[in-house]
Design a protein around this ligand. Structure first.
Ligand code: DP6
Length: 418
């Protein structure tokens, strides 16, 4: 491109959901390519509640690649960003924007630098798989900008190289990450099990648990587990393969009993592997354990599971209720035990706030009037402040392009983050 050419900025904006694993990924057989030791299955969460929005821009005026996360510039030097950028650039094709008079040839992409701005619609510090949504969004949106023609399986395998769990955020509904066999990772990619409309009765309530402790990152935690936990080997080789088959069946048949049993068992086994790691890793805390105990007792008392729980690399509880009625009963129990600290109900329930009125909880007085859940050990005990807030969500759709310019996070005139 000649220097006299006008300095245009070409942009694309996309939005990608986050996901929560119901059969966990824990352990890599290849660190650089991010190849796992077992298959995993997740549910994609509604992007209206938990998602990343990313704008990517290219211009001959950009002297280097730059990135902003939630408005703050961050280093792009990490190998994982570079892998995703390299893999998408390799597959870039000719792009023409007649309206703006821009023509980019396939081979020009190698020379063009990009600016990336990303934003999460949920607190990044909450420990809710922000890297999954972020890398899925980066790969999906870069693919759009560079007119990449690859199918979603291929895109998922590129997102995987940003963060393993990101490969599952390329689809909506329930998603399986097939570990693959090849050493080069070409067959380690995600596939959709069912879309988000298949099991739309499910309600997902996340309790963001207060914690002062800085948690071990998933990346280093699973490295330690692979090196030291004998249970991890047994889990990956003997337990997970059978669970994957059963979980796929349960999801396809909307068999909540089986789904809930497998989800809880797999979360507990993942945390057992963490405990079996040397030195042991503790992701859950007393609040997490209290929530497990409440759900277990309730499920037992009902005779069939009403709610499934699952915990990732932190103390937050992800609770999946079989339907809205069950979700309202769950919420009543949870809010009795964990009432809001500053009497502000509106900021205590994020996402689908209508669950509060469905549960008959419109004010703090409504919460104070709740009866003690029979599942509690000591019925009068309340744990104000132990949950920071709740998010109510549901199974949701995969990534999409946001065409309305108002969503763009980069200023098309300056090429910088807004
Ligand atoms: C506990 O995908 O964050 O959430 O591949 O090293 O980036 P890296 O790890 P990451 O690990 C997620 C672990 C998990 C379980 C899961 O999502 O399957």
């Amino acid at each position: 491109m000649a220097a006299a050419e006008p300095q245009w900025v070409l942009m694309a904006t996309g939005r990608s959901p986050t996901n929560i694993a119901v059969i966990k990924y824990w352990g890599k057989r290849d660190e650089a390519l991010i190849l796992p030791v077992n298959d995993s299955i997740s549910v994609t969460l509604d992007p209206d509640h938990l998602s990343a929005t990313t704008t990517v821009a290219a211009s001959p005026a950009f002297p280097s690649d730059r990135m902003w996360l939630n408005g703050k510039e961050i280093e792009l030097s990490g190998g994982r960003f570079q892998s995703c950028l390299r893999e998408i650039r390799k597959r870039a094709r000719d792009v023409e924007d007649k309206k703006k008079g821009i023509k980019i040839k396939k081979e020009d992409w190698e020379k063009l630098h990009v600016h990336i701005a990303s934003y999460n619609n949920f607190p990044t510090a909450a420990g809710l798989a922000s890297s999954a949504a972020g890398f899925a969004c980066l790969v999906f949106t870069l693919g759009k900008l560079m007119n990449v023609n690859e199918d979603y399986g291929e895109l998922s395998s590129i997102a995987r190289q940003g963060s393993g769990s990101a490969c599952r955020s390329i689809y909506g509904g329930f998603v399986k990450w097939c570990m693959g066999k090849n050493d080069n990772g070409s067959d380690s990619m995600a596939v959709q099990v069912v879309d988000e409309s298949h099991w739309d009765e499910l309600v997902i309530i996340i309790a963001v648990v207060s914690s002062k402790q800085k948690e071990t990152s998933s990346t280093s935690g699973m490295r330690d587990s692979v090196e030291t936990s004998p249970l991890l080997q047994y889990r990956a080789q003997t337990v997970v393969p059978g669970r994957i088959l059963k979980m796929e069946e349960a999801i396809k048949n909307r068999d909540f009993d089986s789904f809930a049993r497998l989800t809880c068992a797999d979360s507990n086994q993942f945390h057992a592997v963490c405990l079996d790691t040397s030195p042991p890793i503790f992701y859950m805390n007393d609040t997490s354990h209290r929530i497990i105990s409440l759900v277990e007792k309730w499920n037992h008392a009902e005779g069939t599971p009403q709610v499934a729980y699952t915990f990732d690399a932190g103390p937050n509880a992800v609770l999946i209720a079989r339907n809205r009625k069950t979700a309202t009963l769950l919420l009543q129990k949870l809010l009795y035990c964990f009432p809001p600290q500053d009497n502000d109900l509106d900021s205590y329930m994020l996402g689908d706030k209508s669950i509060l009125s469905d549960a008959g909880l419109q004010s703090v007085a409504d919460i104070e009037a709740l009866p003690a859940p029979p599942e509690m050990k000591m019925p009068n005990q309340k744990f104000k402040g132990d949950v920071s807030y709740f998010i109510c969500s549901r199974p949701g759709a995969g990534p999409k392009v946001l065409t309305d310019e108002s969503h763009a996070l980069i200023d098309s005139a300056t090429g910088l983050a807004k």
